[in-house]
Design a protein around this ligand. Structure first.
Ligand SMILES: Nc1ncnc2c1ncn2[C@@H]1O[C@H](COP(=O)(O)OP(=O)(O)OP(=O)(O)O)[C@@H](O)[C@H]1O
Ligand SMILES: [Mg+2]
Length: 383
């Protein structure tokens, strides 16, 4: 790859391929050569990782390691590396000039198009600098556009696609085990570095098994709640989904209900579903508008409520559950409403996905997931 380098280079690779290792090497060598380098990443956590690696590598030749106004390393050679997040795609690198711009995990930047055209690109004009974009793909977004440019006949652009398996430091057995534990589509994106379409990421109808669930006492029951933000006609539904886990670890979807009612009615619905199924945990999505629901339930009931904060995007969150469906380990009770299956098989492209979200929360709770214990949450509840 290094032998084939052009002015603009786009590298799509699988997780743990060695992207950051390669980019750090490029940045370090350029800075030792007296060049000015701009390092860009979507989040501060990613920047810190790279900053730490370079600081350790360059120990002894650093004249200044500053944190403000943004992290930077100045070297005896006159070279420097400056670090920017792409949080604000209009601001990164403003007023600077670089010989080399590096964007790690480019596919995850919020507005890579704006960041490149208005912020990162212009930093290269003074020195006719070059750029590297590296990332694991994330569907066909702007990173894919840049990568495609490198496959065309523009002599300034070059791109590569490298599956994780081409990293000789990663064990083939370990990779094979990962592959078995994840949905095919996720594998292709994360480890084969393919630009897959989200359309492929659905739960197929034929994966769904329908059967009479075991007796209630043979199941550990969990509920997930996805709260709607408002009661407007076109707004989302509040959905409550109940799952049971049997001794073999199979998941039974027992019940799914939804409503577009008011705050008070939503509380009543959650309480009645809890009374009906006696769940071990009720995992309720808790983002700013909805914290009141969790607090109210903790204050006025003894229900095993846990507020959960969705961390990743919907699709990423649903992946482990999708894998379960694909493996034939999820069963639906025959009484489930038709609309539930419709929504599930149209995910993630359907208009509504509140029942899928609620199902994912219930599944995560059944998997021993996350969320604070009710006692802890009561202690810190805002009264
Ligand atoms: N050329 C190399 N020489 C030695 N080890 C390497 C090399 N390239 C990669 N590795 C090793 O491979 C692993 C992954 O490296 P790295 O963190 O750079 O990958 P990445 O693609 O950035 O991963 P992620 O997808 O998690 O960001 C690390 O253990 C790293 O030490
Ligand atoms: Mg990396």
């Amino acid at each position: 790859m290094l032998a084939e380098t052009r002015r603009y280079n786009v590298l799509a690779c699988g997780r743990r391929w060695g992207k950051t290792t390669l980019l750090v090497d490029l940045a370090v060598n350029a800075a030792l050569d007296g060049k000015r380098v701009g390092w860009f990443a979507p989040t501060y956590a990613l920047l810190e990782e790279a900053y730490g690696r370079m600081r350790r590598t360059l120990e002894g030749v650093i004249t200044q390691a500053a944190q403000s106004p943004h992290p930077r390393l100045e070297l005896y050679t006159g070279g420097a590396i400056e670090f920017w997040t792409l949080d604000d795609p209009y601001k990164a690198g403003r007023g600077r000039a670089y010989h080399l711009a590096i964007v790690d995990e480019a596919a995850f930047a919020k507005r890579l198009d704006v960041a490149w055209e208005e912020s990162v690109g212009p930093t290269l004009t003074d020195y006719r600098g070059s750029a590297w974009f590296a990332s694991t793909p994330k569907g066909k977004n702007y990173f894919f556009e840049l990568w495609s440019r490198g496959q065309g006949d523009d002599p300034d652009w070059k791109s590569w696609r490298m599956p994780t398996s081409t990293n000789p430091h990663i064990s083939a057995e370990e990779l094979a085990a990962r592959r078995r534990s994840m949905p095919e589509l996720a594998w292709r994106q994360e480890y084969e570095a393919e630009f897959v379409d989200a359309e492929g990421a659905v739960i197929r109808r034929e994966w769904i098994r329908v059967a009479d669930p075991p007796e209630r006492k043979a199941l550990e029951v969990y509920q997930g709640v996805d709260l709607a933000i408002s009661t407007r006609e076109d707004a989302d539904y509040t959905a409550v989904v109940t799952v049971g886990k049997d001794k073999e670890g199979r998941i039974w979807v027992l019940d799914a209900v939804r409503t577009r009612e008011t705050f008070h009615r939503v509380l009543e619905l959650i309480k009645s579903q809890a009374a009906r199924w006696q769940p071990r945990v009720i995992a309720i999505e808790q983002v700013q508008y909805q914290a009141a629901v969790v607090q109210e339930l903790l204050r006025t009931t003894a229900l095993p409520v846990r507020g959960v904060r969705p961390d990743r995007d919907k699709l990423a969150r649903a992946m482990p559950l999708i894998a379960r469906y694909e493996q034939g380990l999820v069963y639906h009770a025959p009484a489930l409403p038709k609309a539930f299956e419709e929504e599930l098989t149209a995910f993630p492209l359907a208009e509504h996905d509140d029942q899928v979200d609620a199902l994912v929360y219930a599944y995560q709770a059944s998997a021993g997931g996350w969320g604070l214990k009710p006692e802890t949450q009561r202690r810190y509840a805002v009264r």
